[in-house]
Ligand binder design. Structure first.
Ligand SMILES: NC(=O)c1ccc[n+]([C@@H]2O[C@H](COP(=O)([O-])OP(=O)(O)OC[C@H]3O[C@@H](n4cnc5c(N)ncnc54)[C@H](OP(=O)(O)O)[C@@H]3O)[C@@H](O)[C@H]2O)c1
Length: 289
């Protein structure tokens, strides 16, 4: 059945990947964009772009009218529960039949990081809304390692503040692919999926994979969370976001991400991408000429 699917977060990492996956699917693809200047690239892909801001609920009704299925993604923001709430209410009014929400592995009321507690609030609101839902709880993205690319290139060191924590790292491309499948196939209502890669990895294993892909040894150097927070603040990141990252890093350093889930394989019928594949595909980012 041809669906009208509204994609929020359409200019960001995961949602733009969903659009790439679905652009030739035969479904009506609609994208919610808050900044009209960012709409052109999506329009060029044939996407029906609607301007709306999740913090301005009065801008949402026209974008949501006629939508069957909603992909709901919000950024890491103190107002994300409000953004989610506005989206769920607009969906309710529009008679949306299924909402698939980007959450995070570890989203719980008592989680040690605000990011996970905010996700837990939005997950609960969606579950309580009465609209058929699917929750996609993703682990740490492999693409996060691109933040460490400069010292990898310049010094052969991967600086991260994750101590000896192991993480079931997932390639962001797999999250987009998985979401595209869930948005367009049946049987996912009421389900919560956890997405990890194929293995839980120590950061030196990640450094080794990048080293093999670029042809030089890379050493993982664990740095204190306070040091990273200082660097992020110096780069101009706002205080809330700096501390949000600090809490996330501490949670991972304490092994909060040490898990492997089979959900990706169960739904898509194939293995998630390995860290070796990620490193190979993005070797240029890490300095391979
Ligand atoms: N990174 C990780 O390792 C990880 C792991 C698990 C879960 N997550 C979750 O993944 C999500 C982030 O995904 P991502 O990396 O794809 O996000 P992203 O690239 O940061 O994109 C965020 C999107 O949200 C849009 N947006 C922000 N505020 C908005 C508003 N008020 N109204 C409408 N749109 C708005 C942005 O639009 P503009 O272009 O206009 O800014 C952008 O399109 C977060 O919920 C995070 O907690 C991340």
């Amino acid at each position: 059945m041809k669906k009208t699917i509204l994609i929020t977060g359409a200019t960001g990492n995961i949602s733009s990947g969903i659009i790439t996956n679905l652009k030739d699917s035969g479904h009506n693809l609609r994208a919610l964009v808050r900044n009209p200047e960012k709409a052109d690239a999506l329009k060029a892909k044939g996407v029906d772009v609607r301007i709306g801001d999740l913090e301005k609920p009065w801008t949402l009704d026209a974008a949501f009218a006629g939508v069957d299925t909603l992909w709901l993604l919000t950024a890491g923001d103190p107002r994300s529960p409000e953004q989610n709430s506005n989206a769920i209410w607009a969906a309710k009014k529009a008679g949306v039949k299924h909402i698939v929400r980007m959450s995070a592995a570890g989203a719980e009321y008592n989680a040690p990081a605000i990011s996970y507690r905010l996700h837990a609030l939005s997950d609960a609101e969606l579950v309580g809304s009465g609209i058929p839902y699917t929750l996609v709880k993703a682990q740490f993205f492999a693409q996060n390692f691109m933040m460490a690319a400069d010292p990898i290139k310049e010094k052969g060191c991967m600086f991260m503040s994750l101590a000896d924590g192991k993480i079931g790292i997932i390639d962001a491309r797999d999250i987009s692919e998985f979401a595209a499948k869930v948005l367009t196939t049946e049987g996912h209502a009421g389900k919560t999926y956890t997405l990890t890669g194929p293995a839980s990895l120590h950061m030196q294993q990640v450094a080794d994979a990048i080293g093999a892909a670029i042809g030089k040894p890379i050493k993982y150097v664990a740095i204190p969370v306070d040091g990273v927070k200082k660097v992020l603040a110096e780069k101009g990141m706002n205080e809330w976001a700096v501390n949000r990252f600090g809490e996330i890093f501490n949670a991972y350093a304490a092994n909060g991400g040490d898990m492997v889930s089979e959900d990706f394989r169960r739904v898509t019928g194939k293995a998630p991408r390995s860290i070796e594949q990620f490193a190979k595909d993005f070797a240029g980012v890490f300095g391979k000429s």
